[in-house]
Structure formats: C-alpha cells, structure tokens
Design a protein around this ligand. Structure first.
Ligand SMILES: [Zn+2]
Length: 256
C-alpha cells in the first residue's frame, strides 16, 4: 500500500475527475433502507481480529479486500492477513474481496497488466483456501481509468473506490464512493455525519479503513472510533451488511 503516492499533478487530477464522471455500470436503484458496508483494505490482522469482533458485537458482517502479494508480510499498518484469517472470516459470514496481487496503481498501468494482476489475485485467494466466489473488488489507492472500469463489469458485482459520497441510483458500481477512516478526527466526524444523513435519505454507504488498533497507522483507526461508528449505524436502523448482500437486495428489488 503506502508510502507510494498516486500522481498528484493537475493532469492526473483532471483525469481522475473525468474517470469519476464516466459511469461504467450504474447502480440500478437507490435502496429503500440505508445499507452500510464496513470494509477493510489490504488487510491487516488487526482488521481481521478487532475489526471483525466490533462488527460481530452487533451481529453485523463486513468485507475484507485482500491484496494477496501482502499475505504474511508486515508494513506500516502492522501484520497482514494470512490463509487462516481468510478461512475464519469467511466461515463467520464476512466477505472476502479482491484487491489485486501487487497493489498496483491501475490508473498508470496497462489494461492487460491490470487484468492479469487481478487474475493472479483471484487464483492466489483460491490457492490459500478461499473457494467462495469473489464478487467484490477495491481499487488500490482508489485509482482507476475510464477505459478500465468497464473491463471489470463481467468480473465483479462491484468495485469500490476511495472518494467520499453516498451511493444512490446511477452511482457507478465500478467505482463506488466510500468514506475513509484515517488518523484524522475529521475523517471520523465525516463518516458519522454521512451515517446520520443516510438515516433520513436512504443510500448505500461504504466505510473503509486499514488497521484497527490503539497505535494505528496514518491509514487506520482506533477500536473506539470504529465501534462508535458501527453502533451509530446500528442505532440509526441501517442494515450493516456485506457489499454482496447489499447489492443482491438492491438488484432483487429492481427485478421485483
Ligand atoms: Zn489497498
């Protein structure tokens, strides 16, 4: 993951805006009741342990986007997941999503290379014992391209980005908005505000972070912050579900 920094130049910023406007696969409907997906990227063991426990406390399930090149390694977010974590989470009803093999910047990599990297990611998840279908994806760094997003529609039900916002009818399933929880208090306040607003105006919300521990990285949060947001989500009456459960429900309604 970090400390790699995606391109922050003006042309890159403009391209990023054009990419977001270019909807590859619109969300077919706005949910009648707010659904909130708590998700973890890369993902550290502290997310698999403490993050999952905090969701379990309220009977909720989350999604863990696995970058398979990080299996058994360690970085600023702490120790990363292993095969045991995959099995334990899946057995408990949490969802495992794809997040590439090498955590590459998909905005700066050729399409064939990105797709091959995703294929490796899926194959390695299976080799690690995760045999359930992998229908969710998260773009590393949130980076993608307008020409690349449509290539994932046949592979994944949805792909999550990192730009803040509530997802409603017409939002891009191939670049869903999400609220990041990082080291700043403002990121926690922003997510809390979005959860409260969604109580009055239904939406599909994604929250994401990395490590969940007292001494977290710049890209992680404390157990207390995560617990506060999970309980706030529950108290507003939102459904806290995995992305696949949320999207299946939205699609079923569309068909019905
Ligand atoms: Zn990542």
């Amino acid at each position: 993951m970090k400390p790699y920094q995606p391109d922050r130049s003006l042309p890159a910023k403009i391209a990023r805006r054009m990419t977001r406007w270019s909807v590859a696969h619109p969300l077919p409907a706005t949910p009648e009741h707010t659904k909130i997906c708590f998700t973890f990227d890369d993902f550290p063991k502290s997310a698999a342990d403490t993050g999952a426990e905090i969701l379990d406390e309220v009977g909720a399930r989350g999604c863990f986007y696995a970058c398979t090149g990080m299996v058994g390694t360690k970085n600023q977010t702490g120790e990363l997941f292993d095969a045991h974590d995959l099995r334990r989470l899946a057995a408990a009803g949490h969802e495992i999503g794809a997040h590439t093999e090498t955590h590459l910047d998909c905005a700066r990599t050729g399409t064939a290379e990105v797709l091959a990297d995703i294929d490796t990611n899926i194959a390695r998840l299976a080799a690690l014992g995760h045999t359930l279908p992998v229908t969710q994806f998260a773009w590393p760094y949130g980076e993608t391209r307008a020409s690349l997003k449509p290539k994932l529609t046949s592979r994944f039900m949805a792909a999550r980005g990192v730009l803040p916002g509530a997802n409603v009818q017409g939002s891009d399933l191939m670049q869903l908005s999400a609220y990041e929880l990082d080291e700043t208090e403002s990121s926690i306040a922003r997510a809390a505000d979005a959860i409260e607003k969604a109580a009055a105006s239904p939406a599909l919300l994604f929250i994401f972070t990395h490590d969940v521990r007292e001494k977290h990285s710049a890209w992680g949060t404390t157990p207390a912050h995560l617990r506060r947001l999970v309980r706030l989500a529950r108290d507003t009456g939102a459904e806290i579900v995995t992305p696949s459960v949320a999207l299946a429900s939205i699609r079923a309604k569309e068909v019905a």
